[in-house]
Design a protein around this ligand. Structure first.
Ligand SMILES: NC(=O)c1ccc[n+]([C@@H]2O[C@H](COP(=O)([O-])OP(=O)(O)OC[C@H]3O[C@@H](n4cnc5c(N)ncnc54)[C@H](OP(=O)(O)O)[C@@H]3O)[C@@H](O)[C@H]2O)c1
Length: 356
């Protein structure tokens, strides 16, 4: 299953809103076929792995990260292919909560195939967190925060400079990460201070270029900013109150090709993004926007890159305005990944606990 999860990860940036899925076919104690869902609309992992196994799939064990689907979509139902291939046993990490595709396990069992669930289920659920968020019926985008901080949780120095807190490996990782999100968001102050381009510039080319979203209620932006200047090439949106768009700046932004999204609150902003097809949003700071999203309980995941430096009390805090709750009543988040990125450390925390 660990191998199947590694294979599934290869679909990052290419398959969403479909799930990441990997599959391995085992026969006579060895791997005889492997596959993953590589492109949106392309064959499913099970079909690829079974095709690779050929006749050796008869009597085999199929290990797959998500329950095989039972419905006709852009691809035929996987369960029919599993049954036709003569697979004897299927090991599934997580069940498919999507009511349209679910029920695959029962169909396999009815055909006399042994089915087991739950192997590395937590890991598989974490890998497909955005997909599962929507499969459970959530309308708002899956929201992840990504911040690079000092050991003392500062995202910029006392002069509000943040380039660069983290090292080259971490920055490379961020380009990979961006490719798997529908949109990348920042607060107005980050747009003003950092003038970022928020594009994907790593080896992984996303199937759909993530749109850039600036949360700037006061429309305090510069028309010469990189994000605005390149709005005709890379989709860019600014979220502000409806009134703000009547101002001269609103008209100038629209003329520059920026999409204006009226919203009076973060809830409304996320609903408006969902209406525009944004299923997942990666918010890359700054600290005030991060704090506001956390206070509103709108964050599902934190990608925290911690670098071995201290920036002190005058540095910009990573999470502004959080209430100081007594320890007994704080919410405990769940680590889903810890890894070294050069000298930096990546910690990925989920708010909701993945199913076992
Ligand atoms: N290390 C990192 O990962 C990282 C990442 C990003 C930024 N940074 C650094 O962080 C600093 C900027 O961070 P910051 O905390 O000062 O500002 P910020 O979070 O980037 O932006 C705050 C602004 O966001 C807008 N905003 C929209 N909705 C909001 C809401 N509901 N609540 C609060 N703000 C909302 C407001 O824009 P208006 O001002 O237009 O009203 C507010 O002033 C810069 O120095 C930058 O270099 C570091």
């Amino acid at each position: 299953m660990a191998r199947a999860l590694d294979l599934a990860a290869r679909g990052w940036g290419r398959v969403q809103p479909n799930p990441l899925v990997g599959a391995v076919v085992l026969a006579d104690g060895e791997v005889v076929g492997e596959g993953h869902h590589a492109e949106f609309g392309a064959p499913h992992a099970e079909a690829v792995a079974l095709a690779a196994a050929g006749s050796r799939a008869r009597g085999s064990t199929l290990v797959v990260t998500l329950e095989p689907c039972a419905h006709q979509g852009k691809q035929p139902p996987c369960v029919d292919q599993v049954i036709a291939a003569g697979v004897r046993r299927v090991v599934v990490a997580i069940r498919d909560p999507n009511p349209i595709a679910a029920g695959g396990g029962e169909r396999l069992a009815a055909a006399g195939i042994e089915v087991e669930y739950g192997l590395l289920g937590r890991e598989a659920a974490a890998q497909n967190a955005a997909f599962l968020h929507h499969a459970r019926g959530e309308i708002r985008p899956f929201v992840a925060l990504k911040l690079a901080t000092s050991v003392d949780a500062r995202i910029a120095d006392r002069d509000r400079r943040s380039r660069w807190i983290s090292g080259a490996e971490a920055r490379e990782y961020v380009h990979w990460l961006r490719a798997g999100f529908d949109a990348i968001g920042i607060g107005g102050a980050t747009a003003r201070h950092d003038d970022p381009s928020l594009t994907v510039r790593g080896p992984l080319r996303p199937r759909v270029v993530p749109r850039r979203v600036v949360f700037a209620p006061a429309l305090n932006l510069r028309l010469e900013a990189e994000l605005i200047r390149s709005a005709h090439e890379v989709p860019t949106a600014v979220v502000a109150g409806a009134d703000a768009f009547q101002w001269e700046m609103g008209r100038a932004l629209a003329a520059a090709g920026v999409e204006l999204i009226p919203a009076e609150s973060l809830d409304e902003a996320l609903a408006a993004l969902a209406e525009r097809g944004v299923g997942s949003l990666l918010v890359e700071g700054g600290g005030r926007l991060a704090g506001a999203l956390l206070r509103a309980e709108l964050v599902d995941r934190l990608y925290w890159v911690q670098s071995p430096i201290w920036l002190g009390e005058r540095g910009v805090p990573a999470f502004s305005g959080l209430p100081s709750l007594p320890l007994a009543s704080v919410e405990r988040w769940h680590p889903v990944e810890r890894r070294a990125l050069g000298d930096d450390t990546l910690l990925v925390l989920d708010r909701a606990c993945s199913p076992d």
